[in-house]
Design a protein. Structure first.
Length: 195
């Protein structure tokens, strides 16, 4: 039988909201769950230093934290999800270079619906596998802050606002550098190199 994935409506809605909120930039994060069901998401900050409209980057520390987070909550690390703001949810050459077993790509169009696609990869070839959205009935949600109080399952709006606020705080953090007075390139005894 071919592989397929399931995702709860709550998780799907959070990922889609993240995709639209970050347009025209790429965004993404990590997915955890059981073998075929996505039960946990961990959005990540796009660490790319250049243009973020066509690249989503993470660090090895981000991956390590994601593995720890899912392990703590008894979930298996399933992979990385990211958006393609051009609306096309097809793996790029760069996506295929990352050697992930599964690619989770969200094609975003504004206005218009998102296409949340899952691909099983085999080297540089890939097959799209079905993704089914499951209703939230009977699930509880663990907030990642402070060890995890259980949130009411119909408080999606508050949860998404909280996540958006946390991401905005990260974006607003700017390093504070001390400004030095003006100097000429050859002030006394200064070592200087040109590259």
């Amino acid at each position: 039988m071919a592989k397929e994935f399931k995702i709860y409506q709550r998780h799907y809605d959070i990922i889609i909201k993240q995709a639209y909120d970050n347009m025209p930039n790429e965004s993404g994060g990590f997915l955890g769950g059981t073998d075929d069901t996505i039960k946990g998401i961990m959005p990540a900050f796009n660490r790319h230093l250049g243009t973020t409209t066509d690249t989503f980057s993470i660090t090895s520390d981000d991956i390590f934290r994601a593995h720890e987070f899912f392990y703590k909550h008894k979930l298996k690390f399933l992979g990385i999800y990211h958006t393609h703001p051009n609306g096309v949810a097809i793996p790029s050459a760069q996506d295929l270079k990352n050697s992930q077993k599964y690619l989770f790509i969200i094609g975003v169009r504004s206005p218009g619906p998102c296409d949340f696609a899952v691909y099983e990869t085999h080297g540089y070839s890939y097959n799209r596998v079905p993704l089914y959205i499951e209703p939230d009935a009977g699930i509880s949600v663990v907030d990642i802050k402070d060890g995890g109080p259980v949130l009411p399952k119909n408080d999606l709006f508050s949860e998404m606002n909280n996540l958006n606020s946390l991401m905005q705080n990260i974006r607003n953090q700017r390093p504070n550098y001390n400004k030095l007075g003006k100097k000429t390139p050859f002030d006394d005894n200064e070592f200087m190199t040109f590259a």
